[in-house]
Design a protein around this ligand. Structure first.
Ligand code: GLC
Length: 578
């Protein structure tokens, strides 16, 4: 396609929003439609999005300042990581007051203004609810640890020292990997699956559950539209704490996840909270089998709305990266398991992993832009609700931290200590951290090419990536071929074509080693998605019906199509319509 035509197409796509381009709407009845299935979710890490008061830390007012930008993305929901009162040991995932805003993030008035501003723009808000654990500075825990007969004692899990050593439990963030911490005040151990400063709440105690539902109702009454339940698959525990086989942590979710009462708690939460409001719910983790995931989200079970599993994002968990065949297989398997019933989240990045373009694309100057666009094309054309992590719409990349002093994340710091004490190969450990650490995905948003990338007037809490002078919103906003404008074109395409939301998914050429190809079909509407996940040209023979198909989006200005075979350039992504 000629460059001028491509520009015209980009301009026309947003215009198409006004017009309804769906044949499907009139002709096909779509079963079980829901607003939370139809929009793209934009995830904001508030510490890193925009600092409005010059302290180097992002805040709610900063997000308010950027509401027009968020609207311009075409997203319909915003999920924001925790902004509650917290000692910030785990950047807000250690909450010390669930009804208060951390002053560094702003005030409740700021939150109300932010919520109203999103709603005025037709964007829903998803709250992060962190209730597998609280902070050790929460009043409940302060009380709980103060004496064995305190009324809050059973809000947490305690193991009295006179019973001997507690049965081994692995902690994800502990420098020794031990989830039991001895507390001399009452001569007992408390449980913490994450850091020692994040004691696990005792969900078997009905008072804890009531407290949580009250907190959720407090926020639902304010008008939040959805809940993301953090680490929720871990909440239910067998409080007899049976011994688990040695090495169980290799099968972590099987043992630690999906405890005995998880489903009844979710049904109770659904009755007490979800059913009373027009809200949607998703919990982090989906168990270890499809059956687990279905039990969590099938509509007739009245638990959650959407499964959020990790199999796709976990495809890259070492320096070796991933194989396209595996990626295709995993996405296709999850799609087929949810084709008739239930609904899933579609994502390859979040605040717990490194940057998508560095992990799943190619972040070298040559391929960064096409591969970032390809990944957007992919995620926004799959069945399920897509999640976009802030900065991914620009193709923000990993930062290059070399020494452990540069890392801020407790997981990185304690993980380093653990590796050291276990005598691990520290050079390899640092290489893996450089590629995979969560800090990679948390560097400040790159707004423009001024100092600190326009994120703050002060030195940011985590360094800005050096490439901000090139990768930033201001530069990409005015460039019709930018990663950002490709993202906008993709949200517009998805928002205006039900086939990309509800259409059946069928993978083509599963054995192809470079191209991921699939169709989406809804009634008479059909789209073909062709994605070259490689650095070399890739060819594919088109089936009859697709030979004269037109391109609806393309991350290059041309497409080589001789009527039988398409030739895709490195990281080329095209969607076609008959
Ligand atoms: C979840 C969050 C992660 C956090 C952990 C403990 O996995 O996504 O960021 O560190 O829970 O709350």
């Amino acid at each position: 396609m000629k460059k001028s035509l491509y520009l015209l197409l980009l301009l026309l796509i947003p215009l198409a929003c006004v017009e309804n381009t769906n044949k499907t709407d009139e002709k096909t009845e779509i079963a079980n439609r829901a607003w939370w299935k139809e929009g793209v979710i934009y995830q904001i890490y508030p510490r890193s999005f925009k600092d409005s008061d010059g302290d180097g830390v992002g805040d709610l007012r900063g997000v308010i300042d950027k509401l027009d930008y968020i609207e311009s993305l075409g997203v319909k929901m915003v999920w924001m990581n925790p902004f509650f009162e917290s000692p910030m040991v785990d950047n807000g995932y250690d909450v010390s007051d669930y009804r208060a805003i951390l002053p560094a993030f702003g005030s409740m008035e700021d939150f109300d203004e932010l919520l109203a501003g999103l709603h005025q723009r037709g964007i829903k808000f998803v709250l992060d609810v962190v209730v597998n654990h609280s902070s050790d500075q929460h009043e409940w825990f302060k009380q709980s640890r103060s004496s064995r007969d305190n009324p809050y004692r059973d809000y947490y899990h305690w193991w009295p020292a006179e019973k001997g050593d507690p049965p081994y439990r692995y902690s994800l963030f502990d420098a020794e990997g031990n989830a039991w911490k001895y507390d001399s005040i009452t001569d007992a151990y408390y449980l913490h699956y994450f850091a020692a400063e994040q004691p696990d709440l005792n969900w078997e105690n009905p008072k804890v559950r009531e407290e949580v539902y009250d907190i959720m109702k407090f926020w639902a009454d304010k008008g939040v539209d959805g809940f993301r339940l953090d680490a929720f698959q871990f909440v239910s525990k067998d409080t007899t704490f049976p011994a688990w086989p040695k090495g169980y942590e290799k099968d972590f979710i099987k043992y630690v996840g999906m405890g005995p009462h998880l489903h009844s708690y979710l049904q109770e939460m659904n009755r007490e909270v979800f059913s009373k409001y027009d809200v949607f719910s998703v919990s982090e983790g989906a168990g270890s089998t499809f059956e687990d995931a279905h039990l969590l989200v099938d509509a007739d079970r009245n638990e959650l709305d959407m499964a959020y599993h990790f199999e796709t994002v976990d495809l890259v968990n070492s320096l070796e990266g991933y194989k396209l065949k595996e990626l295709k297989e995993v996405f296709s398997r999850w799609d087929s398991a949810f084709a008739e019933k239930g609904w899933i989240s579609i994502f390859l990045s979040n605040h717990d992993v490194s940057r998508i373009v560095s992990r799943f694309g190619n972040d070298t100057p040559e391929y960064r832009s096409p591969s970032a666009k390809l990944l957007t094309t992919f995620l926004l054309s799959m069945r399920g609700t897509p999640y976009t992590y802030y900065g991914d719409e620009l193709g923000m990349t990993n930062i290059d931290f070399q020494s452990i002093e540069q890392y801020q994340d407790i997981a990185a710091i304690n993980g380093y200590q653990k590796a050291l004490s276990e005598g691990a190969d520290m050079e390899l450990h640092m290489q893996a951290l450089n590629f995979l650490s969560r800090d990679n995905g948390r560097t400040p948003m790159q707004w423009d090419s001024t100092e600190h990338a326009g994120f703050s007037t002060a030195t940011p809490w985590l360094p800005v990536n050096e490439n901000y002078t090139e990768i930033n919103v201001a530069a990409q906003d005015s460039d019709p071929n930018s990663v950002l404008n490709h993202f906008r074109a993709m949200t517009a395409l998805r928002n205006n074509n039900q086939v990309l939301i509800y259409g059946d998914y069928e993978m083509l050429a599963p054995e192809h080693e470079q191209i991921y190809a699939y169709t989406r079909t809804l009634g008479e509407d059909q789209m073909l998605v062709l994605l070259n996940f490689s650095e070399s040209t890739a060819r594919m023979v088109l089936a009859d019906g697709w030979r004269s198909a037109r391109e609806v989006i393309n991350n290059y200005t041309t497409l080589e199509n001789d009527g039988t075979t398409v030739s895709l350039k490195p990281w080329q992504a095209v969607i076609m319509q008959p």
